[in-house]
Design a protein around this ligand. Structure first.
Ligand SMILES: Cc1ncc(COP(=O)(O)O)c(C=O)c1O
Length: 396
């Protein structure tokens, strides 16, 4: 059907749609499905941010086209956020850009920088825009396996660099990671920057889960590494930290050449976000941060209910130190099914929707991902359904 649209034909059918379709049919039959499928925050945006949007939207002077790279005050707020959190100094004019959600920024950075046939290193499993932003731009993906907490990422990375021709142009990273919830310390980024400088590879780091951290863990920024701005950019999203997924606000900071390339691309494609949204984003970044603590606490409690409940039901899963996801290894007795069939079983037998790991890449096929977007009560209901399914056993 898409033979004459090569860019579209390079995009495989969305695996998640298979589970989504089954979920929709089950719901149409009247079944109550507990849905952990998507990383779509379920709680409202904090009041003071919504109020700021409403206030500014009342002003007629805010209704015109905005500024594609973001209004200067928001870019200054972004740089202040970096200084407060990470003691990193960035120039709001040349080292920061506002994006229409971080997804938009990542995809258009790929389009701005990639030529057909360029090689890009992307961990596998990964959040789909990390490989597919680059696939859409015409690049070839070199997968770097990201398996197990103990897997040697750097050995895999060096091997992928050695085996790649043409030489990889860019490396995409995301820690705390979606879907694996894997976390790193600052030393990890120091090593990344050293390798990237040695091989002259640009680095794009997605820090979407910077605030969704638990048990005392603090997520480092790659910008904390001296010299990082020579080769790296980092993106952040307000979607998770401030429950603003529908608003589409994010930003990217770091290397001036990459930021300028993205700004140039965006100047042809958009007129920037609605100004009241940008002013509300300033209220989020500069305003009281206790709402972030509350949001974090909601995810932590749900995480504990899900992980402790599954463990009690006989399915031991690792408790993530960060993100809004539980990356659960498929129980031994179901391992042969693979993640798509196992997700179907969860849906039909336990009335629970989870994302099959294969949707994030072939190295994810022995896991499923639970997004912590159902409240504690419904999470308990899901655990009961799963416990009953496990009791009935594989043959059921
Ligand atoms: C790792 C990661 N990056 C980016 C995004 C999307 O963020 P935004 O809403 O800013 O586009 C998500 C959303 O799930 C994500 O998990």
């Amino acid at each position: 059907m898409y033979e004459s649209f090569p860019r579209i034909s390079r995009l495989p059918p969305y695996v998640f749609n298979i589970v989504n379709d089954l979920k929709a049919s089950a719901r149409a039959r009247g079944e109550d499905i507990v849905d952990f499928g998507m990383g779509n925050p379920d709680r409202p945006t904090p009041r003071h941010i919504v109020d700021k949007l409403v206030e500014v939207a009342q002003r007629p002077d805010t209704h015109r086209y905005s500024v594609s790279r973001g209004i200067p005050r928001l870019r200054r707020a972004i740089c202040n956020w970096y200084r407060r959190r990470y003691q990193v100094d960035l120039d709001p004019d040349s080292e920061a850009i506002v994006t229409i959600g971080s997804k938009e920024g990542l995809a258009h950075l790929a389009l701005a920088t990639m030529e057909r046939g360029d090689a890009v290193l992307v961990p596998n499993p990964a959040y789909p825009i990390h490989p597919y932003g680059f696939v859409i731009a015409g690049a070839d993906i070199r997968h770097v396996p990201l398996v197990g907490e103990s897997g040697d990422f750097f050995a895999e990375l060096e091997q992928a660099i050695r085996n790649s021709w043409p030489r990889p142009k860019m490396l995409v990273l995301n820690f705390p990671a979606n879907p694996t919830a894997r976390c790193v310390e600052l030393g990890f980024f120091e090593q990344v920057v050293a390798i990237a400088r040695e091989h002259q590879i640009w680095v794009v780091h997605d820090l979407a889960y910077a605030d969704i951290v638990f048990d005392g863990y603090r997520a480092p920024s790659i910008m904390q590494v001296p010299g990082a701005t020579e080769i790296a950019v980092e993106s952040f999203s307000l979607s998770k930290s401030y429950n603003m997924p529908g608003w589409r606000v994010g930003f990217m900071v770091g290397n001036q050449t990459l930021i300028a390339a993205l700004a140039r691309m965006k100047s042809y494609l958009d007129y920037g976000m609605f100004t009241p949204i940008q002013v509300a984003a300033i209220a989020a970044l500069d305003g009281p941060q206790d709402c972030v603590e509350e949001i974090r606490e909601v995810y932590r409690r749900r995480r504990d209910v899900l992980c402790d409940g599954l463990a009690a039901a006989g399915w031991a899963v690792e408790k993530p130190k960060a993100t809004m996801f539980v990356w659960a290894k498929i129980p031994e007795q179901y391992a042969d099914l693979g993640s798509l069939e196992f997700s179907k079983r969860l849906l039909i037998d336990a009335k629970v929707a989870a994302s099959p790991g294969i949707g994030f890449g072939e190295y994810g096929d022995d896991h499923v991902r639970f997004g912590l977007i159902e409240n504690e009560h419904r999470t308990r209901q899901a655990v009961r359904g799963i416990r009953q399914m496990l009791r009935r056993g594989v043959a059921a």
